[in-house]
Design a protein around this ligand. Structure first.
Ligand code: ADP
Ligand code: MG
Length: 480
């Protein structure tokens, strides 16, 4: 009977809806399907209008199968679906501009023919990044391609932030991590991670508009726009971004006008399901000078911190950097650098660069000695203290044994001796307390450490061979 009735877009879509309604929960049905308008039916192609690009992506991501079976039931196996997307546009132009995309053709969106520049309707908005003829796809993302996830070494220090970042990149605006706030001290990888998220989004969703900007630059552009009477353009520009990454938002502290405008942008983006990624050098609670209403919004999503990486991760990071630069370095030098620098990753990179520069300038091979001299000069200015880890490693290497043994309860003579030497040097070369040295050298108490220091002092005076060990080790441990 159905076949005899003239089918229209409306009736076909009604048929689809009743099938869809039976197959998903009511909330999703209301949210994602009721707002859709059937537009046109031609041959077996049904055009539907969706309210935004975000909507379209969401449908394609989550309901493509359902849509496909619904439309196949209505129109047969040859059926096709075409989306018409109302471009978000609040610029006093009420007629929606639309772009058309065929269903389930994500790959094709990259096709230059289909990837029509999405024109933002009406008024010419001044783009603070000064890209002529504002077209949405033309926004330069300002991303640094070296700061990718591939180059971002994972460790305990960054696991949460990294995986949250990765999740966000896979589904911008579609996770509960919105905003995602990454915080941590200087040189610990905040900017790198922020770029990585942007790069990953661009990779997966080339049609999305991603923008990386520092808080300072955002502020400078805002001030300019006020001066030039183009504040609305400034706001509109930022409101059309799909993934907005603002680095170092702690700089907003005390800058009320900038916070106000950022608040406006933030709300617009968040309400429209756009992703916001922020970095800060401290946790939201410690961001003094930032308005409460902004701070409370930062807490809507996820705050994840970055810590200083453990030794293993530091070594892995150095390997990665050297590999990327195509340079070789003896393993003992790599370990030495990882052991000796305990400030941040940027300092480790600085040390590698100085070392490479030194070695090529003086035509010297990169050796442990050269590394020591360099570290001595390079890291002296920063708070440098030799670590107990490093002392243990040097002592163990010297006696050709495993660090695990030194930390064990073993009472074997050679091991007791090595352990005592490590304690002795830890006392001499670090500011650690006896108790803490003991705790790190096989869970001993402070009296044991004191005893070790005395024993080493005594033996140095009475045993020639032992004195040789001590002198050798001291040379290895103290620089130059
Ligand atoms: P921040 O923004 O926190 O001050 P950056 O993101 O600028 O720090 O990182 C400093 C340097 O350390 C960068 O060159 C970055 O590539 C590097 N870095 C930080 N974390 C990692 C990591 N997990 N893996 C590889 N390199 C890293
Ligand atoms: Mg940074």
């Amino acid at each position: 009977m159905e076949g005899s009735i003239e089918r229209t877009a409306k009736t076909v879509w009604e048929g689809c809806l009743s099938y869809i309604k039976d197959n998903i929960n009511e909330q999703s049905y209301k949210t994602w399907f009721l707002p859709i308008q059937p537009l046109k039916l031609q041959d077996n192609v049904l055009s539907i209008q969706v309210p935004s690009k975000f909507f379209y992506e969401w449908l394609e991501e989550h309901y493509i199968r359902l849509l496909k079976s619904a439309i196949t039931r209505e129109l047969g196996a040859q059926a096709k679906l075409v989306y018409s997307i109302i471009m978000e546009n609040n610029y006093g132009n009420n007629t929606p501009s639309t772009i058309k995309l065929p269903s389930n053709q994500r790959g094709k969106i990259e096709n230059p023919k289909l990837n029509l520049p999405v024109e933002i309707g009406g008024a010419g908005i001044r783009n603070p990044f000064i890209i002529p003829g504002l077209r949405k796809v033309n926004v330069e993302s300002q991303l640094n391609p070296n700061y990718s996830f591939d180059n971002y070494v994972e460790g305990d220090c960054n696991r949460l932030a990294r995986s949250a970042g990765f999740a966000v990149a896979g589904k911008p605006g579609g996770t509960s991590f919105n905003p995602l706030l990454i915080y941590g001290g200087v040189g610990l990888g905040k900017s790198h991670l922020a770029h990585a998220i942007g790069i990953e989004v661009k990779d997966r969703y080339p049609e999305k508009t991603v923008l990386y900007v520092t808080a300072d630059k955002f502020q400078a552009q805002f001030i300019d726009s006020v001066r030039n009477n183009t504040k609305n353009d400034f706001v509109h520009f930022y409101q059309m971004i799909d993934v907005l990454i603002i680095d170092d938002v702690h700089s907003f502290a005390g800058k009320e006008k900038t916070q106000d405008v950022f608040f406006e942008v933030f709300n617009h983006l968040h309400q429209n399901g756009k992703q916001i990624v922020l970095t800060s050098d401290r946790a939201p609670v410690d961001l003094q000078g930032v308005e409460q209403r902004l701070l409370s919004r930062f807490k809507w999503g996820l705050s994840a911190d970055l810590q200083f990486p453990d030794l293993e991760t530091r070594i892995a990071i150095i390997h990665k950097k050297l590999y990327n630069d195509g340079v070789d370095m003896p393993e003992e030098v790599i370990e030495y650098l990882a052991y000796s620098i305990n400030t941040n990753i940027r300092d480790i990179e600085g040390a590698i660069i100085s070392l490479l520069a030194q070695s090529s300038l003086n035509r010297k091979k990169i050796t442990l000695d050269l590394a020591r001299q360099m570290i001595n000069k390079f890291v002296k200015n920063t708070t440098r203290e030799i670590s107990i880890d490093y002392i243990q490693k040097v002592v163990c290497d010297y006696f050709d044994m495993q660090v695990d043994m030194l930390k064990s309860k073993t009472r074997k003579r050679e091991i007791v001796q090595a352990r005592q030497l490590a304690m002795y040097f830890a006392k001499q070369l670090t500011k650690s307390s006896l108790a803490s040295i003991g705790a790190q050298c096989g869970n001993k108490d402070h009296a044991t450490v004191l005893h070790a220091v005395r024993t080493v002092n005594n033996l140095t005076e009475t045993d020639k061979r032992f004195r040789l060990y001590v002198d050798d080790l001291r040379k290895k441990l103290t620089l130059s």
